[in-house]
Design a binder for this molecule. Structure first.
Ligand code: DC
Length: 219
């Protein structure tokens, strides 16, 4: 069984995907973490995430591995655990820009499909229901107002001790939403057969109940 969860950043995808994976005893794959790892690599190497030729070249000397950890997807970049480094705020923009490149999408989608084919999984991202797993048994599209998503992200960064400003985060989120949904290749988009859930006024238990009921009903 594969479950696809798509939506903009801060809609609660990864929190709910982790819970579903635990409830159902399946693997969780955070596909955004893979784009973030490549964004981090570009950052470390001083490569522009918009320079397709340079990024293509970078991909030939990059190894991205993922595994399941207690707190979600563990990501290794060239053998080093970068699971925390990729969450830094400056890497979010790098990941969003780099994810717009066609060569990057081809590389990541193939890797994600291979992982999902090998075990029952819940994948979260932007193009899981539309491109990576168009035949997924369950597809959900989570949304929430930009303000609520920015506030959630603000609390998350604060809890990690990062210095941040909520207004800046809101601006970044709006700009990243635009980037992710207007790019040419695999833009953020609800699959026609995905169930949309607006999480603006729902706590995580509310979202979990909704999704688990839908899954139980169909199984
Ligand atoms: O989910 P996230 O915010 O960690 O993802 C980081 C960036 O990666 C996001 O701005 C868009 C991109 N992404 C993507 O293009 N496709 C995916 N399946 C997952 C993430």
């Amino acid at each position: 069984m594969n479950i696809a969860i798509d939506g903009p950043s801060g809609a609660g995808k990864s929190t709910i995907a982790k819970i579903l994976a635990k409830n159902l005893g399946i693997t969780y794959l955070d596909t955004g973490a893979m784009y973030r790892a490549l964004g981090l690599k570009a950052y470390l190497c001083g490569v522009s995430p918009c320079d397709e030729d340079a990024v293509k070249q970078l991909l030939t000397s990059t190894v991205i591995d993922v595994g399941a950890g207690e707190n979600g997807t563990v990501v290794f970049l060239d053998g080093k655990d970068v699971s925390l480094d990729i969450r830094k705020n400056n890497i979010s923009k790098m990941a969003s820009d780099i994810s717009a490149l066609q060569s990057v999408r081809i590389y990541m989608v193939a890797l994600q499909q291979k992982i999902a084919a090998s075990k029952d999984s819940v994948l979260d991202g932007r193009d899981i229901g539309t491109v990576v797993l168009p035949d997924a048994e369950f597809k959900f599209f989570l949304t929430a107002s930009a303000e609520v998503r920015a506030h959630r992200r603000y609390l998350e960064l604060l809890s990690r001790g990062e210095n941040c400003n909520e207004a800046d985060i809101l601006r970044d989120i709006i700009s990243r939403d635009y980037n992710d949904s207007h790019r040419k290749f695999s833009p953020l988009k609800k699959a026609d057969d995905a169930i949309e859930i607006d999480t603006t006024d729902l706590d995580i238990d509310g979202v979990e109940n909704k999704i688990m009921n839908i899954i139980k009903e169909k199984k």
